[in-house]
Design a protein around this ligand. Structure first.
Ligand SMILES: NC(=O)c1ccc[n+]([C@@H]2O[C@H](COP(=O)([O-])OP(=O)(O)OC[C@H]3O[C@@H](n4cnc5c(N)ncnc54)[C@H](OP(=O)(O)O)[C@@H]3O)[C@@H](O)[C@H]2O)c1
Length: 264
């Protein structure tokens, strides 16, 4: 005899109360540097959607920062925008203090702020070299050190934004590539130095299409060279950020290339 299976109406089948409350980062606080625009904004919103309160820093984009905070708060979590130059220790200490005072601590630090420019090697100036290293290497070092007591207390995580350029040599980006290679090594050195309290990892994007019209031709050409036959998206990068934000802390010191296989 067949047992009659009683199934709830389709409308109710879609509703799963366990899914509705299971936000993986509920109760956590994230600090995302350079979070007003582009990939930093995407990471901040993804962390908020997973339930974290999110503080972002900005340097020259106050309006975009406010818009991102409004969107963070739309996820039902706390949001905060703080002006900060990541190369300036005083500015960083003040920003970290404000995030901790207003949001209660820091569990996840995303060192996203970055500097990128194209310059032929023979034209590269000392100032350009120092600026790129200042933002891409000194910045993550200074911010991580400032957030250390909080991250240690809360057994937190640091996620650095590296680059495929830290692995592959791009001749018109000697300073950028060298700085990202340094950041990849800093990730490993910090992972060893800060264990077992803090897990430190690095997300290294390849070609990411953020809709810039000026880069359309270049993006198309690189997409053709990419084994996955497309450029990356903000979602590809934030998936990797969320992975390290929620992964077992036994995973530390890793550089995860999000490049569709372009670096292979
Ligand atoms: N986009 C890509 O395709 C790609 C590929 C590989 C790696 N990455 C890495 O991923 C990260 C995010 O990429 P993105 O393209 O979104 O970055 P981006 O637009 O080049 O820079 C992100 C933010 O960094 C902030 N910033 C710059 N200098 C700063 C300083 N001295 N102090 C504080 N903030 C500063 C800026 O904030 P304000 O706007 O407020 O001034 C900027 O909005 C970067 O580290 C980048 O190198 C990106």
């Amino acid at each position: 005899m067949h047992k009659r299976v009683i199934r709830p109406p389709r409308r109710l089948r879609r509703y799963n109360p366990a899914m509705a409350i299971a936000k993986s980062l509920a109760g956590k606080v994230a600090l995302v540097t350079g979070g007003a625009r582009r990939l930093g904004r995407a990471a901040a919103l993804a962390l908020a959607q997973e339930g974290a309160d999110v503080a972002i820093t900005y340097l020259s984009s106050p309006k975009e920062a406010q818009r991102t905070v409004n969107d963070i708060e739309r996820s039902g979590v706390g949001g905060l925008a703080i002006r900060c130059d990541v190369t300036e220790p005083k500015s960083v200490l003040t920003a970290v203090k404000e995030a901790v005072t207003k949001l209660g601590g820091i569990d996840i630090l995303v060192n996203n702020a970055g500097a990128y420019e194209t310059v032929p090697f023979e034209d590269l100036t000392i100032e350009q070299w120092d600026t790129v290293f200042g933002v891409n290497v000194r910045g993550p070092f200074v911010v991580s050190q400032a957030a250390l007591p909080n991250l240690q207390r809360r057994k937190g995580r640091i996620i650095n934004l590296g680059s495929l350029g830290g692995l592959r040599a791009w001749p018109t980006h000697a300073h950028y590539c060298s700085s990202k290679a340094a950041l990849h090594m800093l990730t490993k050195a910090m992972a060893k130095a800060l264990a077992p309290e803090i897990a430190v990892n690095c997300v290294a994007p390849g070609m990411i299409d953020l809709g810039e019209k000026s880069a359309k031709q270049f993006t198309k050409r690189l997409a053709n060279q990419t084994p996955m036959r497309r450029s990356g998206t903000g979602d590809d990068v934030t998936a990797a950020v969320l992975f390290f934000a929620t992964a077992p802390t036994f995973i530390t010191g890793q550089v995860l290339y999000v490049d569709g296989g372009l670096g292979l």
